[in-house]
Design a binder for this molecule. Structure first.
Ligand code: BES
Ligand code: MN
Ligand code: MN
Length: 462
């Protein structure tokens, strides 16, 4: 029987090469051209769970990509941990900004990662972090150190809204029953500052369409005399924030919980350098809602952002034209208690109401999800905290994140259990961006820390 440190030391090359093989398959859930590859990835994940010692591995078909379910039940009287992760990845675009091809993983040294980092789409979000759990499982089963039951649920549609997973969870409550849910799909403050994510923001995503005249027009013959949909759309969008960067949609803030002074003071203690933040992004100033700090703006406050805007002529050279239509994709990040469907309705009502005469406005809702906050006095949180203390020698800091994993609030609603978010990524890992990477050190530290969670969770549950 080996301990986790020596097991990693012995097997780390294989842990890396296996992950690299998984990263080579372009499982882009948003793009149907990659359907075969995405399914191939599901099969590879299933195989890896079998190899890691799961007794039951199922490839569960859905209306979309399969969900991998696996388990090892050692004793019905012991607690059960449910691990969730996703094997799908974001599209790699813009591809020309990658220093190496997104699906040809390479390990390169960086200033922050002298031990090397794996560069590939999905390295951190979430194949790398998901695979840490597979390898931690392998350690526990082969070294006789699995202290409880484990279930795995790995999906392939997280990056496109987890619609089929929601259905799967609602229909399989018994199968998925557990005492705690464990996810590594978030980040931590810094390599020397472990943190546990205690909150996620919700999301409402909409697409808007503004239609003016029934065809594209000559901008000289008609310019100035009919509404230009692009002019109108940009003006409407600009009006969604006031001069203090508050969102102007009536009722938008109604259910937003204001944190107490004490809670805000607690938050402000987390290590953060505004200078480094600006430097990392090459910006000379931060920007955002008046009255809140950068860390508050990106975690406990809701936002509204345009994610894409198009219309008219964008090709080479000039074309004098008034487009018939203009479009934008808009996301709103929400905080707990804001209901995403309600916010989507408020947006729709407001956006339609501010349309000037001469244009038609359509709002098409995409996906969404609720936010999440979890207390730090739960057994799950305490177990995670102890696991980090063992491997980092430091107590992790609780931190609410700005990102979203909409399925987490549904887990709580349907499965009645708390989720513990043990993320090992860093903000600089460039998830969803060109040159996404995941530190080799972070990957191995994750594998090292996870078994401790199981051990402490079982001990604290007694
Ligand atoms: N893993 C991310 C979410 C995340 C990253 C949370 C870092 C906290 C820290 C996840 O894969 C993701 O990208 N979620 C989407 C939402 C989804 C509905 C497409 C997001 O946050 O944009
Ligand atoms: Mn993710
Ligand atoms: Mn993602």
């Amino acid at each position: 029987m080996q301990n986790i440190q020596s097991y990693i030391e012995k097997n780390k090359d294989r842990f890396l090469s296996e992950l690299i093989e998984l990263l080579k398959i372009p499982s882009i859930s948003a793009d149907s051209a990659y359907k075969k590859d995405t399914i191939k990835t599901a099969d590879a994940v299933a195989k890896s769970l079998e190899d890691a010692g799961c007794d039951v591995v199922e490839i569960c078909e859905t209306d979309g990509y399969p969900i991998i379910y696996a388990h090892k039940i050692i004793d019905k009287n012991l607690p059960t941990v449910l691990v969730y992760g996703h094997y799908d990845v974001q599209p790699p675009d813009p591809i020309n900004l990658w220093d190496s091809p997104p699906f040809e993983p390479v390990i390169k040294e960086t200033q922050l990662h002298p031990e090397g980092a794996i560069f590939a789409r999905g390295a951190c979000d979430d194949k790398g972090q998901m695979y840490m759990h597979v390898k931690a499982m392998e350690f526990m089963t082969t070294q006789n150190q699995l202290p409880c039951n484990v279930k795995f649920m790995i999906e392939g549609e997280e990056e496109v809204g987890s619609v089929n997973l929601a259905k799967f969870v609602k229909e399989n409550q018994q199968k998925l029953s557990n005492d705690v849910i464990l996810i590594s799909d978030t980040g931590m403050i810094a390599k020397d500052t472990p943190s546990i994510t205690t909150g996620l923001r919700g999301l409402s995503y909409v697409e808007v369409e503004v239609t003016g005249p029934n065809r594209d027009l000559h901008s000289g013959l008609y310019g100035g005399a009919v509404a230009n949909p692009i002019n109108v759309l940009t003006k409407m969008i600009a009006s969604l924030h006031d001069e203090n960067n508050h969102i102007t949609i009536p009722g938008f803030y109604d259910n937003v919980e204001e944190l107490s002074k004490d809670e805000r003071a607690q938050m402000a203690k987390a290590p953060f350098s505004l200078e480094n933040y600006k430097k990392a992004l090459d910006i000379d100033a931060v920007y955002g809602e008046e009255g809140y700090t950068t860390n508050e703006r990106n975690s406990i406050r809701p936002t509204l952002d345009v994610n894409g805007i198009w219309g008219g002529y964008t090709g080479e050279g000039a074309k004098t034209v008034i487009a018939s239509k203009a479009y934008a994709k808009i996301s709103m990040r929400l905080v707990p208690n804001q209901d995403w469907e309600n916010i989507t309705n408020l947006f729709k009502k407001h956006f339609e109401s501010i349309a000037p005469k001469g244009v038609k406005v359509k709002v098409n809702p995409h996906h969404g999800g609720q936010g999440y906050v979890t207390p730090i006095d739960s057994i799950g949180y305490q177990a995670a905290s102890k696991a980090y203390q063992d491997t980092f020698g430091k107590t992790p800091i609780p931190q609410r994140s700005g990102g979203s994993i909409p399925i987490v609030s549904l887990f709580e609603q349907e499965l009645k259990s708390k989720t513990i978010l043990m993320g090992f990524g860093l903000d600089s890992d460039a998830i969803h961006s060109p040159n996404e990477h995941f530190g080799v050190w972070n990957y191995l530290k994750g594998i090292e820390t996870i078994p401790g969670f199981y051990k402490h969770f079982v001990e604290l549950s007694k």
